[in-house]
Design a protein around this ligand. Structure first.
Ligand code: 5AD
Ligand code: SF4
Length: 453
């Protein structure tokens, strides 16, 4: 039910009475940014009188916040729409596709009559009106991208059940034109959110008892709001509360500055973890990907990170089988992985995205069997590197933020170290949101097995 005791100032009562008790169900796909966007959408719809449900069977509005990054992500979501249509056969339901796929596929999503509302990432303020018009039987679409929208004034409805960890979106869009990537087309130009509104949101999280905030942007190092840089913003957020951890994602190898590294080193509550997507170890491929750095530059940045913070975890993203990739290029990627010794990696094979520079310019000429084999070689290598990285932690004492009971064994708790590594340990005394000190006794490739100290 709408909570009339806490009515926000800008509440639209007419809209509320039209929608009161209408239940919205949203499935979120893709990156953390999409999770943060779903929280914004729930906030916008909440002000218009909708309530959130986690049960698709009782929803009046069913939406998917979608991802276009690879073809298999899109195929999965297209399959889900058929499931949504099954619900609509039993009662009046509005089906909405929002986010990156909405932006990419536009009107095509409306043909076939399965979808009632299509809204791109900058159209969420209009959702109440789009849903209302669709309920009158008129399918609606808004895929206009904005140069200004940052949803700075919207207080997201946090979806983290434990109340431990919150996402804060600090910028939207992307001005890099990596040739393989659909994101600049689906999320538009880069814009930074007002630094004051970010710090205010971080203070609000601290007050509500959150113990960790993650600052989100496609390329956080290019954050700039009226002269405030990302390093300055990071420092400001770190000072909100010494007992609230700060994380951020994603950094770009060409842009990550010493200033950011020094700010991290200056604040113990900024987690020692940098996600630094490398994509390939071959300079020829990096150039074709339009990545604006070389393997040598990447290794220099890694060396600098380790010089300033010897205990900093480094993780990455990589794409196997990009256009024209040879065995030699692939070997260079494996060599770079070996040289860096990543703590973890997200690994993909290349999926051509229509409309991107690579799709227009280069044939997708590495056969799927070769892509898969190369990807598997990278995964095998990374599995070994992850295990080696975890083994190096055996004997160390770590501060861990408790997330809750471990999934495998309810008498154990789980939580992440500053490095983002998952830890489990036997414990009946602590709860989600507590900080505990543990010692690493053993490990698997995915988890540190610990004991309380
Ligand atoms: N094919 C495969 N992987 C991709 N990524 C981005 N675009 C593609 C694509 N077309 C990967 C990159 C990026 C991560 C979020 O997804 O590694 O860093
Ligand atoms: Fe996130 Fe990119 Fe997927 Fe959009 S396409 S949801 S920005 S990962």
């Amino acid at each position: 039910m709408y909570n009339f005791l806490h009515v926000p100032k800008d509440t639209n009562f007419l809209a509320i009475f039209a929608n009161v008790n209408k239940k919205v169900y949203i499935e979120t796909y893709g990156c953390q940014m999409n999770v943060a966007d779903t929280e914004v959408v729930f906030s916008i719809l909440g002000k218009a009188g909708y309530v959130r449900t986690e049960a698709i069977e009782e929803a009046d509005v069913i939406m998917a916040n979608t991802c276009s990054i690879r073809d298999n992500a899109e195929q999965r979501i297209l399959g889900r729409i058929d499931r949504f249509v099954v619900e609509r056969r039993t009662r009046p339901v509005i089906i909405g596709i929002i986010g990156c796929m909405a932006e990419r596929l536009k009107e095509d999503l409306l043909s076939g009559g399965k979808v009632d509302v299509v809204a791109g990432p900058d159209a969420y303020r209009r959702l109440p009106e789009l849903l209302a018009a669709a309920a009158e039987g008129h399918p609606q679409i808004d895929v206009i991208l904005s140069r200004e929208e940052t949803y700075a004034d919207i207080s997201p409805v946090r979806l983290d059940r434990n109340g431990v960890s919150a996402f804060i979106s600090i910028m939207r869009g992307c001005n890099n034109v990596c040739s393989y990537c659909v994101v600049p087309y689906t999320r538009g130009v880069e814009r930074s959110r007002d630094a004051r509104s970010i710090v205010r949101e971080a203070c609000d999280c601290a007050q509500k008892g959150y113990k960790e905030v993650t600052l989100l942007g496609q390329n956080v190092d290019s954050y700039n709001f009226e002269g405030t840089t990302f390093a300055q913003l990071l420092g400001m957020v770190a000072q909100v509360s010494p007992s609230m951890r700060v994380r951020f994602s994603t950094s770009n190898p060409q842009d990550i500055s010493d200033e950011v590294l020094l700010t991290m080193a200056a604040f113990p509550n900024i987690c020692r973890h940098i996600h630094l997507p490398v994509q390939s170890g071959s300079d020829r491929i990096l150039e074709k990907m339009r990545r604006r750095y070389t393997a040598a530059w990447y290794l220099e940045r890694v060396a600098r990170i380790r010089e300033i913070m010897p205990d900093c975890a480094i993780t990455t993203d990589v794409i196997a089988g990009f256009c024209s990739e040879t065995e030699e290029d692939h070997r260079m990627t494996l060599d770079l992985f070996e040289t860096v010794g990543f703590d973890a990696a997200f690994m993909f094979y290349y999926s051509e995205r229509p409309g991107t520079l690579a799709a227009r310019k280069y044939p997708d000429d590495v056969p799927i069997e070769v892509k898969t084999r190369r990807l598997n070689e990278i995964i095998d290598l990374q599995n070994r590197l992850s295990l080696e990285s975890n083994k190096r932690d055996i004997g160390k004492e770590l501060e861990v933020l408790v997330e809750g009971p471990s999934k495998r064994n309810p008498s154990e708790l789980c939580g992440r170290a500053g490095s983002s590594k998952m830890c489990v340990w036997a414990d009946s005394a602590h709860k989600a949101g507590d900080y505990v000190r543990v010692r690493v006794k053993d490990c698997t490739q995915a988890t540190l097995l610990c004991e309380l100290v």
